[in-house]
Design a protein around this ligand. Structure first.
Ligand code: KG4
Ligand code: ZN
Length: 352
């Protein structure tokens, strides 16, 4: 029997198994990660190798360096994840892997590794969308969370408001028209001379600053639930330069707090509007920016006021990791979504 025929023949038995353990691999950007996840909800192990120090000197991710570093680290991360879960490769039931969106060379490393492991062991290969992974980080943090709910996904490359209608069923309500929220944070941080990735450092500075120090514009977008951050970013850069030219000294803490306040307000206002219009009772945040302290606090307050239950991913699951990919892979496996060995990296893969 061919590899895929063997996997399809064993699928029903696997779906009926009480405990399904998935080895997941993530390599879409600058983190090489592997994890073992049980039934989409329980982290048996999770290993993340961050390449940030390799890229920081260049002020951003260098794709070629990322690909090489993934090749170097991926086997070690898989071994580490299996050891930590006290398992051998033969003990896992399937292999999940991020196949997009992301950097093509980076994605290819994870996809090639996953294909080799799946083929060598005759275990199903499960293709996972990275954005779906971010949403599923909430299933790991909150075992009681089930669809439907609204999710704001804010990362370095994406800013979406999605209606999660069911596992794997998403409806796009709004998205950014230009820059992603994380990208805007990183660009504003650069103006404040913070090293890459500046988002977390800007967040730290902002905690000591006055959010009303610099007035920044609110963007108008065609869709009620859409975002636009490029005008805000330009207004911020201009405000900082004008101050410098006038010889005015603004506290970096105040500049950071003002910028963060403007981004958080946009994300909060649009997402809450979508939640209220759609009469949802549950709202989740996902993606790297969901680690932002101002964003978390603002949503906590607004959701409490609106009587909506808020789900925040654990801080260590906000950024890129393989645990979230293992969760998404489980629900795909339950729907029978497995791939054959022609699976390829899809850098511009969409969720909806
Ligand atoms: O989800 P993620 O790890 O990678 C992508 O899929 O893009 O998101 C990374 C982004 C970066 O832009 C980073 O600066 C931003 O998330 N980020 C933050 C914070 N932590 C990470 N932005 C603002 N505040 C934070 N605390
Ligand atoms: Zn990500």
């Amino acid at each position: 029997m061919s590899y895929i025929a063997t996997c399809r023949a064993g699928l029903a038995a696997l779906q009926a198994k009480k405990e399904v353990n998935i080895l997941a691999i993530e390599s879409s950007c600058d983190e090489t990660a592997a994890a073992v996840i049980q039934n989409g909800r329980k982290i048996l192990s999770s290993a993340v190798f961050t390449q940030i120090p390799l890229h920081a000197v260049y002020g951003g991710v260098v794709p070629e360096i990322a690909s090489r570093a993934h090749v170097d680290a991926v086997d070690r991360m898989v071994d580490y994840a299996l050891n930590e879960a006290d398992m051998k490769l033969r003990d896992v039931d399937a292999i999940g892997v991020t196949y997009g969106p992301g950097l093509v060379g980076a994605l290819l490393t994870g996809v090639s590794c996953a294909k080799a492991l799946a083929y060598a062991t005759d275990k199903p290969l499960i293709p996972v969308n990275h954005i779906e992974g971010h949403i599923c980080a909430n299933y790991l943090t909150h075992p009681e969370l089930t669809p439907p709910f609204i999710c704001l996904v804010a990362s370095g490359g994406h800013s979406h408001i999605l209606m999660v209608e069911d596992y794997g069923v998403y409806r796009l309500l709004g998205c950014t028209q230009d820059d992603a929220a994380g990208e805007a944070f990183d660009k504003a941080a650069r103006v404040l001379h913070l090293p890459y990735p500046g988002g977390p450092l800007l967040d730290k500075l902002a905690q000591q600053g006055n959010p009303g120090a610099v007035k920044l514009p609110t963007a108008h977008t065609p869709g009620a639930y859409d975002f636009s951050f490029s005008g805000l970013k330009t207004a911020f850069i201009n405000a900082v330069h004008t101050m410098e030219q006038r010889g005015e000294t603004a506290r970096p803490e105040d500049l950071a707090a003002s910028f963060q306040h403007a981004v958080v307000k946009a994300l909060l206002d649009k997402t809450m509007l979508a939640a209220l219009d759609h009469h949802v009772t549950k709202l989740a945040l996902a993606g790297g920016v969901s680690a932002n302290s101002g964003l978390r606090a603002a949503f906590e307050q607004a959701c409490q006021k609106a009587g909506i239950t808020l789900y925040l991913p654990q801080l260590k699951l906000c950024g890129d990791n393989a645990a979230m990919i293992g969760s998404a892979a489980y629900y795909r496996l339950m729907r029978g979504e497995i791939a054959d060995l022609s699976l390829n990296a899809k850098p511009a893969l969409r969720l909806v």
